[in-house]
Ligand binder design. Structure first.
Ligand SMILES: [Zn+2]
Length: 216
């Protein structure tokens, strides 16, 4: 199996508990579940509806605040934002609006009609989305296309331990809707492919990427 990120060939291993096959790329450290475990959107929606994302919940706000506290010092003074894969509610969007940005949101399940194809943004945020994507490289590329030159892509997804024994015990891949897994290295490789720059990561679950500015 070829890596869906860097197209090098991958080794595979079996999760002992669930007997699921995973592919692991040595080059970019991407790990993905064998595609027969990928779920349709309708099945994913049932699972997401179980998530209790009450937007008035102080814990949920604090959770997004930790994300903003990490990314905003790295991303200049953005005026326009897109929350890609916001889920049922747009709490993060409203928090970005409080920071002075005009924010749009999109979710393939809950708000599928809200994306304007020609619009470009200073920053795109996407939290707990990439681990669900069948084709993360293609989505990464399409998000870069929606960014202004010099714009920022800020992502949150839990980085895997890049150790097969530790991976088996890792909680994050137990969720059946979590199908693909990254490390900072995976995002560095993506940045190299698309000519952008990884300007910061927090070592556990957040990266900030800057789209290249074309010189005149
Ligand atoms: Zn790879």
């Amino acid at each position: 199996m070829k890596c869906h990120i860097c197209h090098n060939s991958c080794d595979s291993f079996i999760d002992e508990k669930k007997k699921i096959r995973y592919y692991h790329c040595d080059h970019c450290e991407y790990i993905f579940k064998s595609p027969e475990y990928y779920q349709e959107l309708s099945a994913q929606k049932e699972r997401y509806n179980l998530h209790e994302n009450d937007e008035n919940d102080a814990g949920y706000q604090a959770y997004f605040q930790r994300f903003l506290d990490f990314i905003l010092p790295l991303t200049g003074d953005p005026k326009t934002a897109l929350d890609f894969g916001c889920g049922a509610t747009s709490l993060l969007c409203r928090m970005l609006e409080k920071e002075g940005m005009a924010c749009d949101y999109f979710d393939p399940i809950y708000h599928p009609e809200t994306l304007i194809d020609t619009k470009k943004y200073d920053i795109i945020v996407s939290t707990e989305v990439f681990e669900h994507l069948h084709q993360p490289r293609e989505v990464f590329e399409s998000l870069l296309e929606r960014l202004e030159e010099g714009g920022y892509l800020a992502l949150q997804t839990q980085f895997h331990p890049n150790d097969r024994e530790a991976f088996q015990k890792w909680y994050y891949h137990q969720d059946p809707t979590h199908i693909v897994f990254f490390t900072v290295r995976t995002f560095e490789v993506l940045c190299r492919i698309y000519g952008c720059e990884l300007i910061g990561d927090n070592g556990t679950n957040m990266v900030v990427i800057r789209k290249q500015q074309h010189s005149a």
